[in-house]
Design a protein around this ligand. Sequence first.
Ligand SMILES: [Zn+2]
Length: 268
Amino acid sequence: MSHILGIRFQLNASTIKGVWRLAGEEDGIPCVELESYPNDFVYASELRQEVDGFPYHYDLTDEELEERHAAITRRFEDPWALLQDFTALKTIEDLLAFLNATGHFCDPDVPIHEKPEWLFNAGDLRNGVTDFWELQELLAQMLLSRRPLVEVDQDALPLGWKEAFNAGFHFKIKKSFGEYIAEVNTHETLPSLIAVAQLKIMRGGRFRVCKRADCGRLFEYETRGRRENHYCSHLCAHTVWQRKTRKTKITVRDERRQFGYGIYAKNR
Ligand SMILES: [Zn+2]
């Protein structure tokens, strides 16, 4: 490929912690919802009470604000591992665990001081699980075909998610240990997943789906001087070998199949 990015990157990804729960069904599709959203933010001032009971507005100091921001922020130590985990989700239970371990996925693009309860009540923080399965497909499609841009079908994703694909990211050149690197900062889970996929592709990576049926993670493989590798890790390769020799049969619970998802392909 002629368009390989020769510079190393450092992706600083983070999101706001949050709590997700199941939220009924819509047209037969189970939904999940970021239920903690209205209380997840830090505000510059808050209502307090004088000793005599009178309420007043208290402005937080810079240190207090910084401390509170730090307390609600979750940094992703390894955004690539985050994407790999995301591509391996197969059930609603897995998805909920992933969302609760991460937090805000892709917030609606409105100023938070405009009553977060409204957004919540309007259903803007509620998604069908197929939205996430569709997203897995798009990320897999990007990586397997090594194209940093994908065609997102009209109506295939929530509007804000689609915008996240178009928004891209900025980078800043900085010097780290005598080397120039590109520093990228992303906020929330979805923009972080998109950025790490695009950066990995632009660095010239090649990717496969792990052949262990109950894994199915996307992984990057080496092309020089190594045997063909079909598994994401030694653990997966070893597990499959062990199952073969012991003739162990396994059944994989994949809830995506009922909606036509879960089979990653380069082109759809
Ligand atoms: Zn694997």
